[in-house]
Write a protein that binds this ligand. Structure first.
Ligand SMILES: Nc1ncnc2c1ncn2[C@@H]1O[C@H](COP(=O)(O)OP(=O)(O)OP(=O)(O)O)[C@@H](O)[C@H]1O
Length: 300
């Protein structure tokens, strides 16, 4: 098991944003986390990456690469999992969990290449202090950044000032920044949000490509995308995990239909209308984002 949570809970005053979640991710899986607005999805990511400390429960991470301990050193390679329950964001990144954000997290006035190169320098490993030294002396980081730009389809824009990229390109660059430092697990928070329908296809293709050699957790409201690319779907509702399984099972789950999908995927309903969930008012974002068809290509 790559990642495991046990009774994971986060309370904000009287609100229980994440409520006793037992979740496990196998290495190599692409697992989408879905649920209505306020279900606790982003809070779950914040707990996994150390942005927030749990009120209760545990998180364990067992990276195939051995990861880095809280002091940045590698584990002993015996396969013993790291307890990252109380780890900081820097420690989870060193361990091998990287993340892209819902709201763009790039340096807008730096070039595209500089954004990835800085992430490569500050990324995994024990040399984040080198960020403050002359960036031009690190040819290996330059090479890594160049290779990442190639992979994310932005090779031609390396010298472009980041704020001039299209929204879709910025979302791809966010994924590129998260890739720097060679993580084992990527957490992607709504990578297609706000992207035009043409751009969505490119971002989805990139996620599928990245999932070939990384484990991925994806928060996504576009049900066409989720059903198409996920190996597994976990559904949060009011902080609790109400379903967890392959897309076809989750789509047919009564509790999920009730809480979120509102008819999506049922015969003669939303699938045929290509318009997502049946009732936007009751089902939140599934309806709002469901109007797009992604190609029904082969699963990974
Ligand atoms: N820092 C915080 N302080 C207080 N309450 C918070 C905080 N962060 C989140 N919450 C609350 O926790 C609950 C879960 O929020 P969260 O953002 O995790 O949901 P979400 O599923 O990611 O929603 P969305 O799909 O809208 O992004 C909400 O009721 C939210 O208001």
């Amino acid at each position: 098991m790559l990642l495991e949570t046990e009774g994971l809970t986060k309370r904000f005053g009287g609100i229980t944003a994440v409520d006793g979640v037992d979740f496990a991710l196998e290495a190599g899986e692409l697992c989408s986390i879905i649920g209505p607005n306020g279900a606790g999805k982003t809070t779950f990511f914040n707990l996994l990456t150390g942005v927030l400390e749990p009120s209760d429960g545990r998180i364990r991470f067992d990276p195939p690469s051995g990861g880095g301990g809280p002091d940045g050193g590698a584990t002993d390679g015996t396969g013993s999992a790291l307890d990252i329950t109380a780890a900081s964001p820097n420690e989870t990144a060193l361990a091998g969990i990287h993340r892209s954000y819902q709201i763009t997290n790039l340096f807008p006035t730096l070039t595209v290449l500089e954004n990835v190169r800085i992430a490569a320098q500050a990324g995994r490993g024990n040399d984040s202090w080198k960020l403050w030294r002359n960036v031009t002396e690190f040819d290996d980081h330059y090479a890594e950044a160049t290779a990442i730009l190639e992979r994310i389809g932005l090779a031609g824009t390396g010298e472009t000032v980041t704020q001039n990229l299209s929204h879709g390109e910025k979302r791809s660059l966010e994924i590129g920044v998260a890739l720097a430092g060679d993580p084992d697990l990527l957490l992607l928070d709504e990578p297609t949000a706000g992207v035009s329908s043409d751009g969505v296809d490119e971002v989805v293709a990139l996620i599928e490509d990245v999932a070939e050699d990384h484990s991925v957790m994806l928060i996504e409201h576009n049900m066409e995308v989720v059903m198409d690319i996920s190996d597994r779907i976990a559904v949060l509702h009011r902080g609790a995990l109400i379903a967890d399984g392959p897309p076809e099972d989750v789509r047919g789950d009564e509790a999920v239909q009730e809480a979120y999908l509102g008819g999506y995927g049922r015969e003669g309903s939303a699938d045929e209308r290509a318009s997502g969930a049946a009732d936007a008012d009751e089902t939140g974002d599934a309806a709002a984002d469901g109007g797009r068809r992604v190609r029904r290509g082969e699963k990974r």
